[in-house]
Design a protein around this ligand. Structure first.
Ligand code: ATP
Length: 326
């Protein structure tokens, strides 16, 4: 469905070259639900804008839905849906009319556009609000209407740029359900960008981690975590001496485990942490080390990003969250 080779985009800003996307090699098969995850400025939107023909690549190639983005942008556009970061629907129009006009713009007959609009209104739960002017809709309803606009011509491939930014948790969960259903019911291939870690994790079965214009990891969230970080077991001992001894002797711990001690507390990074704990506790008891508390934490995609880049996604996005609120 998507195939890029060496896809690159440079911008020149005040005589400085910004390498927004650097040599992207990507293949997405039909029916996949893929999330592009990365901090602000990583290059996610630029990638999407090249794949949707809104930006011309500086170099490299991209085939989307069987057509070349540079040689045949119209062929690409006719086969994809794109929901950008801004609202697509005009504020003063009724949602339903906007959908029908959009369908007409894609060459559908009035009757076909009307029928398809009705189908989307029902499936995206917009029945109550479809005949109101767009400006009176809530953020979540607007976002769902935007998605309906992107789907009016029944594209096999849908691009969503930060679909849930600005939505409250409940609306985000709703939207995630809708996206999952699209895939399940219509086999739509979905490529979305996000900087919400939990969204990427729960929604996509494949996460592309993007950093500074490059793809730094590409796998299922669970595999990314298992491969790049492992679980975190925190053991708190009654006595600091026991923690020190365990850190040196490592009873019951596999060779790959990474240990870090702070006073009577030992943090152990290891694969399959929860399965390891019962045996580990028995070994520690036999060794005479008294454990006061134990905690096992599953890694997050943020841990993966930190491990891959030395920086935290959360820290970088924290600035934006504050800016957005201000
Ligand atoms: N039209 C443009 N002109 C100049 N620089 C640009 C332009 N568009 C993007 N950039 C730069 O390219 C880099 C990648 O930006 P891009 O918007 O693709 O990132 P992103 O990962 O989508 O970020 P966000 O999560 O904030 O949307 C940034 O350094 C950005 O400033």
């Amino acid at each position: 469905m998507i195939r890029t080779r060496g896809l690159t985009k440079h911008f020149v800003v005040k005589k400085q070259v910004v390498e927004a996307v650097r040599g992207l090699d990507l293949t997405v098969e039909a029916g996949e639900l893929v999330a592009l995850l990365g901090p602000n400025g990583a290059g996610k939107s630029t990638m999407l804008r090249m794949l949707t023909t809104l930006l011309t690549p500086t170099s490299g190639t991209a085939h989307v839905a069987g057509h070349d983005v540079v040689a045949d942008p119209r062929g690409v556009r006719a086969r994809i849906g794109y929901v950008g970061q801004g609202n697509a629907a005009a504020h003063g129009q009724r949602g339903r009319d906007e959908l029908i006009s959009q369908g007409r713009a894609y060459g559908m007959s009035r009757a076909a556009a009307r029928a398809r609009a009705q189908e989307l209104i029902e499936s995206l739960e917009l029945t109550e609000v479809a005949d109101r002017v767009v400006s009176s809709l809530s953020g979540g309803q607007r976002r769902r209407l935007d998605i309906a606009m992107g789907l009016i011509h029944a594209p096999r491939l849908l691009f969503l740029d930060e679909p849930s930014t600005g939505l409250d948790p409940q609306n985000r969960a709703n939207l995630a359900d809708h996206i999952r259903r699209l895939r399940a019911e219509h086999g739509t291939t979905v490529v979305l960008t996000t900087h919400y870690l939990d969204e990427a994790e729960q929604l996509a079965e494949r996460v592309l981690v993007i950093d500074r214009g490059r793809l730094v990891a590409d796998d299922a969230p669970e595999r990314l975590k298992a491969e790049h970080v492992g679980d975190l077991i925190t053991l708190t001992f009654d006595r600091e001496g026991d923690a020190r001894r365990v850190a040196t002797e490592r009873p019951g711990l596999p060779t790959g485990a990474h240990l870090e001690r702070t006073g009577a507390r030992l943090r152990i990074r290891v694969d399959g942490g929860s399965r390891l704990v019962p045996g580990l506790l028995r070994r520690l008891e036999n060794a005479g080390a008294a454990v006061a508390a134990v905690e096992v934490a599953r890694p997050t995609l943020d841990d993966v990003f930190l491990n891959l880049t030395g920086r935290s996604l959360r820290e970088e996005n924290a600035t934006t969250a504050t800016e957005e609120k201000a």
